[in-house]
Design a protein around this ligand. Structure first.
Ligand code: AP5
Length: 220
């Protein structure tokens, strides 16, 4: 099974799709947002710096993120592939990743861009709530992903909360950061003939269908 790299604007559905694909294909989910949110639980200088950058909508330093991702990829459960959600996020990270996988003899896998317009993504971010216990993600404005009981997780019943960076002002910065830093990564992979682009503004089952079709084709 090939690894999958998901590139997307904020709130395009990377996390939601990753979780479904991980269960379906039994691959570990490497979410850089989650790795960083875990790192903020340490009340130390680095944890506080990460929290500040995330709440401002800026990228965290390349050194920190590269070291977190590379260490995670070296874990045993990643030997047969993984789903990379949120990395690489700029050209420096992409080129670093190329060197890293070449050195470790890791297959590049499949690169998928989940494409969505700014306003649609903004709506999603303003409706997003996540479970404080199991991390499941829902959306108050979507029939596909709305929690069955308001305020409670469908999976474990714990309370649903909002992320601190999910507000209109920080979204605008995150989207601009995407255009300036991350969109060139998609262009980089496209120029190498590695990129699949899919429309992520459609209902979740349709997004999933498109990604599954790419995975089937690539693994044949
Ligand atoms: P990260 O956590 O990765 O945030 P993001 O990229 O902004 O992406 P999101 O998590 O907001 O959205 P998503 O695409 O996962 O969407 P989701 O599935 O939740 O990063 C956060 C911060 O960490 C960054 O700003 C940066 O500071 C730092 N960081 C991370 N990686 C870094 C890196 N490599 N380098 C440096 N810094 C880094 O879906 C969104 C909502 O829409 C949900 O409510 C969901 O239910 C709903 N939804 C999903 N799909 C659909 C659909 N098809 N139809 C309707 N609703 C849908």
């Amino acid at each position: 099974m090939k690894s999958i790299i998901l590139i997307a604007p904020p709130s395009a559905g990377k996390g939601t799709i990753s979780k479904i694909l991980c269960e379906e294909y039994r691959l570990p989910h490497i979410s850089t947002g989650d790795l960083l949110r875990n790192a903020t639980l340490n009340d130390d200088e680095q944890g506080n710096y990460i929290k500040q950058q995330m709440n401002l909508g800026n990228l965290v330093s390349d050194d920190i993120i590269i070291s977190l991702v590379e260490n995670r990829i070296m874990d045993n459960d990643c030997t047969n592939g993984y789903i990379l959600d949120g990395f690489p996020r700029n050209l420096k990270q992409a080129k670093h990743y190329d060197n890293f996988i070449a050195k470790k003899n890791i297959n590049m896998g499949i690169v998928v861009l989940l494409d969505i317009a700014r306003e649609e993504a903004k709506q999603r971010i303003l409706g997003r709530v996540s479970c404080s216990n199991c991390g499941a993600v829902f959306n108050l404005y979507s029939n596909d992903t709305r929690p069955r009981i308001a305020g409670l997780c469908d999976r474990c019943g714990a309370t649903l909360t909002r992320r601190e960076d999910d507000n209109s002002d920080v979204f605008d910065i995150r989207f601009s950061t995407y255009l300036k830093e991350t969109k060139p990564v998609a262009d980089y992979y496209e120029s190498k003939g590695l990129l699949y682009k899919i429309d992520s503004s459609v209902p979740l089952p349709k997004v999933l269908e498109q990604v599954e079709e790419i995975i089937r084709r690539e693994n044949d």
